[in-house]
Design a binder for this molecule. Structure first.
Ligand code: NAD
Ligand code: DAU
Length: 351
């Protein structure tokens, strides 16, 4: 089976590629990644020469390139490629609309064109399973919760940020291609991930690396916003199940029963690292800051038997340890040196 993974040099995409190469001997992976600031080929160090892996640097908005890749015989797509950071979308929404919306549309169009002969899919069972297109989305499309309740797949879409609005637009496009054209699309909506190789602009790696450098830890507002944390490996396993067994046309929520306030997370990190709480700095709140996310994952548990394996306490401790052990990785990210890895491998400059 030939799997196109887009955005595979980012945090979740690189973890997913490592995971799928390890668990699925019948799967070959093509990684298409533009290598924006968030794409880092060091996340895939050691995988470059794997016989079932290849990398193409390019943009999912480039229809010609995407068609060329599909002509290599792509059986399935997992679309991770996106601008993913809420704060950046507040500064400038343009790349978010371009990649998250138009890029997804290009992938859907090319999939339609190249898979025409193979549609409709025959349904479950290995022979009739593919092609399939998995759109990796986010719980942020549902907007903000009050103190009670959890997001189900039926919750209304009420995105708050330009990032989440662009992801909601992409979800709706993907589902519309299923409804109108019969394209076998599945949408997943996951809560906040954490784990190895996460870019240190996001809460957990930023706080760990700042604490390791005895730098201030900026907490937005009162620090009482709640996120529902999921270890990235649990997300990868959920995506594998959806890819091989999910029902086309469906949405699956993925969440780890891991609700914590930001302050709880930051304090836990400081404790694990033996650093003082005096490093915490309360700073201005994020505009439009969603108060609480919480996922009801009962559909994916019921239909596909998925359950998170990592508790937040154990997963966070392992993640803190990973950042402690992999200091050169995040120091190169913070200094910008990580871009030289691509130059070393492919001879072209990213700077
Ligand atoms: P990331 O920012 O770490 O990685 C994104 C990757 O996409 C990078 O490698 C980047 O180079 C690549 N990319 C960006 N624009 C591209 C383009 N036009 N063409 C090709 N490649 C491009 O993101 P992440 O945290 O790994 O998130 C991956 C996906 O999962 C995103 O779609 C995001 O919306 C979704 N998601 C993330 C989380 C989370 O907590 N991180 C939770 C739920 C869903
Ligand atoms: O819920 C899934 C989403 O989780 C994904 O779709 C996004 O791609 C991913 O970036 C993440 O979005 P958040 O905005 O929730 O993640 P972030 O790490 O930016 O922030 C988590 C919480 O921490 C949020 O309440 C804002 C707060 N925060 C964040 C940063 C970077 C701080 O208090 N200080 C900070 O410096």
């Amino acid at each position: 089976m030939k799997l196109l993974v887009t955005g595979g040099a980012g945090f979740i995409g690189s973890n997913f590629i490592r995971y799928i190469l390890r668990t699925r001997p019948g799967v070959s992976v093509i990684n298409l990644d533009k290598l924006t600031y968030a794409g880092n080929l060091e996340n895939l160090a050691g995988v470059e020469n794997h016989p079932r892996y290849s990398f193409t640097r390019g943009d999912i908005c480039d229809r010609r390139l995407v068609s060329e890749i599909f002509s290599r015989g792509v059986d399935a797509v997992v679309n991770f490629a996106a601008e993913s950071h809420v704060d950046r979308s507040i500064m400038d929404a343009s790349p978010f609309v371009e990649t998250n919306v138009r890029g997804t549309q290009v992938l859907l169009d090319v999939a339609m064109e190249c898979w025409r002969e193979r549609l409709p899919v025959q349904g479950p069972g290995p022979a009739g399973r593919f092609p399939v297109f998995v759109q990796v989305s986010t719980d942020e499309v549902y907007g903000s919760l009050g103190p009670e309740g959890r997001f189900t797949e039926e919750s209304p879409l009420k995105p708050s940020s330009p990032y989440s609005a662009s992801k909601a637009a992409a979800d709706l496009l993907a589902l519309a291609y299923h409804r109108t054209h019969g394209l076998p699309v599945i949408v997943t909506r996951c809560s906040n991930n954490y784990g190895p190789y996460q870019f240190p602009e996001k809460l957990i790696p930023l706080m760990i690396t700042n604490a390791l450098e005895d730098q201030p830890l900026p907490v937005y507002g009162d620090g009482l916003n709640v996120r529902d944390w999921l270890h990235v490996e649990d997300h990868c396993r959920a995506l594998e199940l959806v890819l091989f067994r999910g029902r086309p046309g469906e949405v699956y929520n993925i969440g780890g029963h891991g609700e914590r306030t930001n302050l709880e997370v930051v304090r836990a990190i400081l404790k694990l690292l033996g650093r003082p709480e005096s490093l915490i700095r309360y700073v201005n709140d994020r505009p439009g800051h969603d108060r609480r996310y919480a996922i009801d994952p009962s559909k994916i548990t019921r239909e596909l038997g998925w359950r998170p394996r990592h508790t937040f306490e154990e997963g966070l401790a392992a993640t803190v340890e990973w950042y402690r052990q992999n200091r050169p990785w995040w120091e190169r990210v913070k200094s910008g040196e990580y871009k030289d890895y691509y130059t070393k491998m492919y001879g072209e400059s990213l700077r």
